[in-house]
Write a protein that binds this ligand. Structure first.
Ligand SMILES: C[S@@+](CC[C@H](N)C(=O)[O-])C[C@H]1O[C@@H](n2cnc3c(N)ncnc32)[C@H](O)[C@@H]1O
Ligand code: SF4
Ligand code: SF4
Length: 360
């Protein structure tokens, strides 16, 4: 109940900020906790594994961060990375969050280390929501993108075990597929795989702007300005017409095509940046997926950061897309926007049959 009230307050305030009062201070209610920037895979899209990140927050420092977020009434804590499960103390930190806060606990993972024993431990520690990444519908594609032979088999096996436990523990499971030049031809197969697993599928969009994904020729993977993407998106829409279950909304699929022409999409404000407080692995706080943080938990309490003009101004700038753009969580950003809602209605009515340009 408290979560629903807090989220309703957040989205109502954001609507006021969007349409009536730009300067309204709307505080984040979800935290993105990067337990580590290190990783056990070598995804071609990602910079995490290319160097070692030292001096990350200790167990005690993370517990203190969690305590502060609990006191501030955050409704959801997303544990992520890098690969969060690489940390031996991940379960201990999560259990602490379960004991000290009433937040929903979520984990993003490549699922390589998510053995049956680890899954049991995490569920007992309070995790009720998992995003697992699949960057291909086949072993060949997934292993190529993820840089490790055998990764697909392991991730699928571990995800299958989660699916078995879903009803008993009320788990919320989601499969995440990052669309790029290499794998766009597998979107329909990926949709079928998610439908077989009865798991909602999210199509993330490749970017080289986010702090984890900068440099290293990642930009080349995003060069998908050709006919191939349009064909792949329309094939996905055709599949969705017959089998809509577990797939994103029409407008969300349309956005993928727009993103690869212009990552900013200025006309669409960024709810994501306003919703989430980012806490990085070495304690830096603030910014968003592509805008660098300006504070640190090693220097200041989180409450004090939220009170500063700098934090409030940055939140407003990011919400109105005075940023580089990155496409992160575009589905959320479109949730309360008039144009996507209208597009979805026209698709449902059968008036729109193929992908339409949304904002580009
Ligand atoms: C950085 S990972 C962290 C969690 C975990 N290691 C995993 O792979 O699921 C989070 C998500 O970012 C996605 N990702 C990786 N490289 C990306 C890029 N260049 N642009 C957009 N998303 C990317 C991954 O596919 C994954 O779903
Ligand atoms: S996308 Fe995830 S699994 Fe892949 S290298 Fe980056 S952090 Fe690791
Ligand atoms: S779209 Fe802009 S504000 Fe939103 S997360 Fe990306 S860079 Fe940040």
């Amino acid at each position: 109940m408290r979560h629903a009230t807090r989220l309703t307050g957040f989205f109502s305030s954001l609507l006021i900020k969007r349409w009536l009062w730009e300067g309204l201070d709307v505080r984040p209610v979800v935290a993105e906790l990067f337990l580590t920037d290190n990783c056990n895979l070598k995804c071609v899209t990602c910079a995490c594994w290319r160097s070692h990140t030292p001096e990350e927050l200790t167990t005690e420092e993370w517990k203190e961060v969690v305590n502060q977020l609990g006191e501030l009434g955050f409704v959801k804590l997303n544990f992520t990375g890098g690969e969060a499960l690489l940390r031996r103390d991940a379960t201990e930190i999560i259990r602490h969050a379960h004991e000290q806060t009433d937040a929903t606990l979520h984990l993003n993972t490549n699922a390589i280390l998510l053995t049956a024993a680890k899954t049991k431990e995490l569920i007992e520690a309070g995790v009720r929501s998992f995003n697992v990444s699949f960057d291909g519908a086949t072993a060949e594609m997934h292993d190529h993108v993820r840089g490790q032979k055998g990764a697909f088999a392991k991730t699928l096996e571990h995800f299958g075990e989660l699916v078995q436990l879903r009803e008993r523990h009320g788990l919320r499971l989601r499969m995440c597929f990052t669309v790029m030049r290499e794998n766009m031809s597998e979107m329909v197969e990926m949709a079928k795989l998610a439908q077989r697993m009865r798991a909602p599928l999210f199509f993330n969009v490749l970017t080289d702007h986010t702090f984890l994904f900068r440099g290293h020729d990642i930009v080349k993977l995003g060069e998908v300005r050709d006919e191939g993407l349009e064909g792949a998106l329309n094939a996905l829409l055709e599949h969705k017409k017959k089998h809509p279950e577990y797939l994103p909304r029409y407008s969300v699929i349309c956005y993928i095509g727009d993103h690869f022409k212009d990552q900013l999409q200025k006309k669409l404000p960024c709810t994501e940046a306003n919703l989430k407080l980012m806490v990085h692995s070495q304690g830096q706080v603030g910014g968003c997926w592509a805008h660098d943080p300006e504070f640190s938990v090693r220097e200041q309490r989180i409450e004090a950061m939220l009170e500063t003009e700098k934090f409030k101004t940055t939140q407003t700038d990011l919400f109105f897309k005075r940023c580089k753009g990155c496409g992160s969580n575009h589905a959320l950003n479109m949730r309360l926007e008039p144009r996507p809602m209208m597009y979805d209605a026209l698709w449902k009515a059968g008036i729109f049959k193929k992908r339409k340009k949304l904002f580009a």
